[in-house]
Design a protein around this ligand. Sequence first.
Ligand SMILES: [Zn+2]
Length: 287
Amino acid sequence: MLVSAKEMLTKAREGKYAVGQFNINNLEWTKAILQTAQELNSPVILGVSEGAGKYMCGFKTVADMVKAMVEELKITVPVALHLDHGSYEGAKKCIEAGFSSIMFDGSHYAIEENIEKTKELVETCNKLGLSLEAEVGSIGGEEDGVVGLGECADPAECKMIADLGVTMLAAGIGNIHGKYPANWPGLRFDVLASIKEKVGDMPLVLHGGTGIPAEMIKEAISLGVAKINVNTECQLAFAEATRKYIEAGKDLEGKGFDPRKLLAPGAEAIKATVKEKMELFGSINKA
Ligand SMILES: [Zn+2]
């Protein structure tokens, strides 16, 4: 059974650790992440971008696959299925498809429109017992073709959105999606601290978790971050392991071309990455 992210994030904030959101792209990805969470007794959030949802033949296909896999693999740790950077229409579709958690990213709208749309989704999600993540101040890098500038969120605007009753809040603090450039100046902890001061106990979400140094992750958690999104790092690990398998000519040995063999090293690499992140975030044995 899928659960809302509310309880796991409240516990994480109180216990000073963070729950990882790992984005899924296909069956292998989903299986690797669920198995690792179960093995490590950690809560987990599966993230699905609109692009990944489309790739996997629609949100209903995704929701039904994840629900069935949780049942068949006898996964007992809390699992939330979460729309990542959803549009207003995408949010509605995921609610209908059976997702247990929604992110509505209205950060590209003027704050008034972001508030209006977020408010409506708060009502719908509350009614259905789903968690809702909102975003203030766009997060840099590229996400499904949308390029942000890595701005920092305005703490006063964060409070306006938090007060609508969302479950968790994503706010730009100098973090970006994808690989970080060599000259990246680091997270803005001063901004994070003023956001925290304004929004109080609201669990904060750190996007773009790939490549942020461990010390910065820990400091962010100590300042109220309770959910950290990881996507690119699993993709890089999967690609590297698959490339090595093929470069070593293993697909040409025996039945090495069998997709169940060809994709196995990549799946193992995803598992290792997820494990490393759960250790860093402190979510192991917190299920
Ligand atoms: Zn993001």
